[in-house]
Design a protein around this ligand. Structure first.
Ligand code: COA
Length: 108
């Protein structure tokens, strides 16, 4: 299993691939100099609850440890993102806004 990161217009596409190159899931982000916006994270239904969502999330965060990461998602997904240190910053009837503070840059 591996995560491949590629530019896709203004977005960055992360693809989670199995050992023979089939796509198990994906995530889409965009970024500014200070912030990464997570637009989508998705694991194919037949591959869910096997740790692939966590693996994809860890890969995204390892690429972008030094930036604030923000997202907007459905209320039912809060616990998934809390596992990755996201905190709720706002809610409305059906959506929740979350962010994860930037980590310190890795020491050389
Ligand atoms: C959210 C999603 C990516 C998780 O993928 P996954 O491969 O099933 O996740 P994992 O197997 O790595 O599970 C990680 C943990 O989060 C929990 N979890 C999984 N999906 C969850 C969800 N939708 N809401 C809350 N918790 C969830 C699991 O129970 C697991 O907890 P554990 O480690 O304590 O057992 C997947 O359910 C999905 O594609 N959902 C549809 C798209 C979506 O709603 N994406 C999020 C907003 S863009």
């Amino acid at each position: 299993m591996q995560v491949v990161k590629q530019a896709c217009g203004p977005h960055i596409l992360y693809r989670l691939l199995d050992d023979v190159g089939c796509t198990l899931g994906r995530a889409v982000t965009s970024e500014t100099s200070s912030e990464v916006r997570l637009h989508e994270i998705y694991v194919k239904p037949e591959y869910r609850s096997r740790g692939y969502g966590n693996a994809l999330m860890r890969a995204i965060l390892s690429f972008d440890v030094t930036k604030l990461v923000t997202l907007c998602t459905g209320l039912t997904n809060i616990s998934f993102f809390k596992q990755h240190e996201f905190k709720v910053t706002g809610t409305n009837d059906s959506l929740v806004f979350m962010s994860r503070k930037a980590s310190m840059p890795k020491a050389e």
